[in-house]
Design a protein around this ligand. Structure first.
Ligand code: HPA
Length: 271
């Protein structure tokens, strides 16, 4: 049995999973969302042999299954990053295990640095597209045709219908959001001021070290995707500033109330 199928069978048994349409990957400092779930069941990655565990503060390492507004949902609370030394294949396997559990749409959230002076810390940015500058890809290696084609298109990687839906919800709830392109680097260091300048010129609006591998793997296996960045800091030099992980966690926590409101409404209407 494949790693993904084995993991899915184990998770299904532990959490008595029925048929969740939506899974959500929670970024740095966004674990507060979990408190909103009802009938929660928690599965710790460390109880599962080959599922990768996050080592980053602010990322907890659990899979939580519960309901929100009466809709089943799986939360990945504690994503893994390539800079921790995990292979991109690990990330594809984690996404495939969600696919095996019946997940049809993936919401990815992250904390990111701004590359755009108009997007201030505390902003919520709906991701319209990405630039993979990590030099890594979860689809490297033998293609598993059961999940998708060898050369998948990433046109509309962030499902336009879901993006429009979230914009409409934000308008109705009077929560300010912006839109932009997520620029992925391998990390883990914050960027130099020269890199921040260059990434902005290349078309990025926000920079971070996650999300892209998950989205590539999810699109490959035909999931719909909605992506949201919590902008936690200006990229280095953009405003004569020095970013830090403490600032990232603080700003993510401050913006998380609004993000939770948006996600709750989205799950109610689309979950
Ligand atoms: N760069 C990379 N990753 C990040 C940043 C940043 O400025 N802020 C939060 N995650």
């Amino acid at each position: 049995m494949s790693v993904a199928k084995e993991a899915a069978a184990l998770i299904k048994e532990h959490l008595a999973i029925k048929s969740p349409k939506t899974a959500i990957i929670l970024g740095s400092g966004l674990g507060g969302f979990v408190a909103k779930l009802k009938d929660k069941k928690i599965f710790k990655y460390k109880d599962m042999g080959n599922f990768p565990e996050s080592s980053v503060e602010g990322h907890r390492g659990e899979l939580i299954y519960g309901t929100l507004e009466g809709k089943e949902i799986i939360c990945v609370n504690g994503r893994v990053h390539l800079y921790e030394g995990h292979s991109p294949t690990n990330i594809a396997e984690a996404i495939h295990s969600l696919k095996e559990l019946g997940v049809k749409q993936l919401i990815v959230t992250n904390a990111a640095g701004s590359l755009n002076k108009k997007i201030a810390p505390g902003s919520l940015m709906l991701i319209t597209d990405h630039i993979n500058f990590s030099g890594r890809n979860p689809l490297v290696g033998k293609n598993d045709d059961d999940y998708g084609t060898r050369f998948p298109s990433l046109n509309d990687a962030y499902t336009p219908r879901l993006l429009e839906k979230m914009k409409e919800i934000a308008k109705r709830k009077k929560i300010k959001v912006c839109e932009g392109v997520y620029f992925m680097v391998l990390g883990p260091n914050f960027e130099t001021a020269a890199e921040v300048r260059m990434f902005g010129q290349l078309g990025g609006d926000a920079v971070g070290c996650s999300t892209v591998p998950e989205v590539i793997a999810a699109k490959h296996c035909s999931m719909d995707v909605l992506g949201i960045s919590v902008i936690t800091n200006y990229g280095a030099g953009l405003m004569h500033n020095t970013p830090s992980h403490e600032e990232t966690l603080r700003e993510a926590a401050a913006a998380s109330d609004n993000l939770i409101k948006l996600l709750t409404a989205f799950i109610k209407e689309e979950g």
